[in-house]
Design a protein around this ligand. Sequence first.
Ligand code: SAM
Length: 298
Amino acid sequence: MSGEDSTSLVPGLYLVATPLGNLGDITLRALEVLRNADRIACEDTRQTQKLLNHFQIATPTLSCHEHNERQRAAELVQAIQSGARIAVVSDAGMPGISDPGNILVSQAIAAGVPVIPIPGPNAALAALVASGLPTAEFHFLGFLPERAGARRSRLEELAAAAVQLQSPQTILIYEAPHRILETLADLESTWGPETRITIARELTKLHEEFLRGTVADLRRELAARERIRGELVLLVESPPPAATPRQSAEPGVSARLAHIQSQSGVDEKEALKRLARERGQSKSDVYRELQRERARRR
Ligand code: SAM
């Protein structure tokens, strides 16, 4: 393996992964690139300065965040065309993954300048490998929509798609601690209480924690805490277990609705109400299950 020094670093855009918490996770190659680059474009220069001070790196920094990335990209690509080596970092993890970096990469590629990944820490993958959930196939979602209605619709859409999967997979979601209980409540009502999940909290930090279980159990456990702190990754096993066995054990919603309608001559709305009562579920839960069944058949 060849080391990277100021002479071997070719002009280009270097996407440098930085630690999620534990500074020991910085790679040797990341240090070499940060030390020998001409400039470091940072999501937040103050945050990155702490990392640079720790490793005694004096490379000049400049800001490149979601509000100025487009304009910065033009400047930085021009600098690379004139021979500069530009490193890009976010506050933590891989730049470009739920973080700025993607616009810069597209513009660099369009201008024909080299784009070089310097791999390292990433919260989603660190959480996945230790989650105990399937790793062969996974779906990275990033953050769910903040608005409650949009978040619920997204989860319903995913549930409808999940029942059509040929093999199990894991869905990876970045979530904020102040929203996790709401998201778990939405997940429980749209995916079912038995859905298997893992919550990875404070990865690589002193209070690193993995919670593994059903969505109902983990919601109860977190709700009992005085406060939920730190950063979180939520991992959901897909499809939920209820999607397969329960449907084979019970008649489908549409079959049962058709039966109620033919027996009592009521319309679908009334039949839904009766079926919800029969199953001890809410009308909207039964309706969502009906939609999922219909989507599966399409
Ligand atoms: N680019 C980063 C990466 O590669 O993982 C992700 C940046 S995104 C703005 C921040 C989110 O990542 C947090 O809200 C949390 O969901 C997750 N995250 C970051 N650090 C984490 C940690 N130490 N433990 C758990 N989750 C973390």
